[in-house]
Design a protein around this ligand. Structure first.
Ligand code: ADP
Ligand code: MG
Length: 487
């Protein structure tokens, strides 16, 4: 099969009004505050409205949900039975995508239901029977419903696979192939993905008919968003925690996602950060759904500013104002790196992605840089003095905006009888400074020169054409670090 590929980019379109979307859908778009359609939306919307099958690739955070959701909901028949089925990899995405579609479709009277495991089966079935036109489901639970024939007359005319690469990564290929056996032959099928590995193309041959392929990833191979500043820091294993804390303090993120490798590590790091005075919560698959929703909600509403998560739990999460993504450990592969950092810099905002690596992980890092084309730059971890200065600057800002309490005025009058004013001020400031979490050795991590030498070595090895010698890296000079407990 040859894929018809759209290469001729339409001119920049500045409004959604040019599309043949239903007026009620346009109202939803206005209400959501979208002004211009994003590139993937510009290309996908007319094709989907024209009834074509589409295979679409675009980076994360580029508005894929609306790209399929708007035209699909415009085409919905008002019969009161399910007409659009969206299949997504995780529970979190099921509710997130369902909410976004509800928001955009509500003026058109569209009802949406999210269907995923860990939730009452009866309730889901009741909601669907009451006349939902759009169902967003995870593969496992959907297949369960279909196999046990709980959804009579379930025949969506538009079926969308969202975040298809993630679903295959998570091992849902079998489930998806089975699901399609229950779906009507006469249907429109859309496949959306951030990357298109061969397995996805294989799958698309089976389930799509004569599809048009659109690809709006920027040329030059860089798969990551230009709005994200990407930095890495090289350090020793035992410096990881202190380095993270120092970077959090100097970066002062308003919302940061911190990625760990395992559920256990996630919990441990969360406990540490909370005990050091940060508003943090963890997010992973061993938590109950209610707890997971609570953590995400607290993060969204700003009750906590650090969310410590595993890859799986944070997949596809769309939280608009995440300012920072921290890779506490380097991710296993390039795809997860791209997905992780895609949690920031969303919808045109700026973001920062920070990766901590040890010399042993350095090779993995250079591979990620090479494969993704991601522009990662090295930086030294701020010294303790730099971190302190930053803390003090913030303190000064806060002091200037601090509201003065009546009781404080009275207290000052009493104090002034015994101590003079500058002394009182210095004592009060010392009390505040005592609270600063910054601690540890003055310098953490490797210097620019040391890292340059490592980079040089890894280039030389590659250039040599021979196999890479298995030799653990030894830092150029011995480094003595004292651990100090800073609590
Ligand atoms: P993706 O699936 O490509 O990762 P999403 O569909 O989750 O991206 O969209 C990312 C964010 O951008 C969402 O919060 C969405 O509401 C917002 N968004 C989508 N389209 C537009 C648009 N045309 N204008 C402004 N914001 C948009
Ligand atoms: Mg998406």
């Amino acid at each position: 099969m040859t894929l018809e590929t759209k290469t001729d980019r339409p001119q920049e379109i500045e409004t959604f009004d040019v599309f043949d979307l239903r007026p009620e859908i346009l109202e939803g778009i206005r209400e959501a505050g979208f002004r211009a359609p994003s590139p993937i939306q510009q290309e996908a919307i007319p094709l989907i409205l024209a009834g074509r099958d589409v295979i679409a690739r675009a980076q994360t955070g580029t508005g894929k949900t609306a790209a399929f959701g708007l035209p699909a909901m415009s085409l919905v028949k008002r019969t009161g039975s399910v007409d659009v089925l969206v299949i997504v990899p995780t529970r979190e995405l099921a509710s997130q995508v369902s909410d976004e579609l509800y928001r955009l479709g509500r003026y058109a009277g569209i009802r949406t239901v999210a269907v995923y495991g860990g939730q009452s089966i009866e309730r889901q079935v009741t909601l669907i029977r009451r006349g939902a036109q759009v169902v967003t489901a995870t593969p496992g639970r959907l297949l369960d419903h279909l196999k046990s024939q709980r959804l009579e007359g379930f025949a969506p005319s538009i079926v969308i696979l969202d975040e298809a690469d993630e679903m295959l990564d998570m091992g849902f290929l079998d489930d998806i192939e089975q699901i399609f056996k229950y779906l009507p032959e006469a249907r429109q099928t859309l496949l959306f993905s951030a990357t298109l590995p061969p397995a996805i193309r294989q799958l698309s041959k089976k389930i799509l008919k004569d599809p048009i392929s659109i690809d709006v990833t920027p040329k030059g191979g860089a798969k990551t968003n230009i709005d994200i500043t990407q930095r890495y820091y090289v350090l020793e294993e035992r410096e990881r925690e202190e380095a993270l804390v120092r970077l959090i303090d100097t970066e002062s993120p308003t919302k940061a996602l911190i990625f760990c490798r395992t559920k256990k590590e996630t919990d441990m790091l969360c406990t540490t950060l909370v005990s050091r005075g940060y508003a943090a919560s963890s997010l992973h698959g061993d938590m109950q759904q209610r707890q997971r929703n609570e953590a995400i909600d607290s993060f969204k509403k700003g009750r906590i500013d650090l969310l410590i998560a595993t890859d799986v739990a944070a997949r596809g999460l769309d939280i608009n104002d995440v300012t920072h993504v921290f890779n506490y450990h380097i991710p296993f592969d390039t795809e997860s790196y791209v997905h992780r950092i895609g949690r920031t810099g969303r919808a045109g905002r700026k973001g920062t992605a920070i990766t901590l690596v040890t010399p042993l992980e350095f090779k993995k890092l250079t591979r990620i840089m090479h494969v993704s084309g991601a522009p990662l730059v090295y930086e030294e971890i701020p010294t303790i003095n730099e971190a302190k200065r930053q803390y003090q600057n913030e303190l000064m800002g806060k002091l200037q905006h601090q509201h003065i309490q009546e009781e404080a005025v009275e207290l000052l009058q009493r104090l002034e009888e015994e101590v003079d004013l500058p002394q009182i001020a210095c004592k009060a400031l010392s009390m505040l400074l005592d609270r600063q979490p910054v601690g540890g050795p003055s310098r953490i991590g490797f210097s620019t020169q040391e890292v340059e030498r490592m980079l040089h070595r890894s280039k030389r090895r590659k250039g040599g054409g021979g196999g890479v010698k298995r030799r653990s890296y030894r830092p150029p000079r011995t480094r003595h670090h004292k651990r100090s407990s800073s609590n």
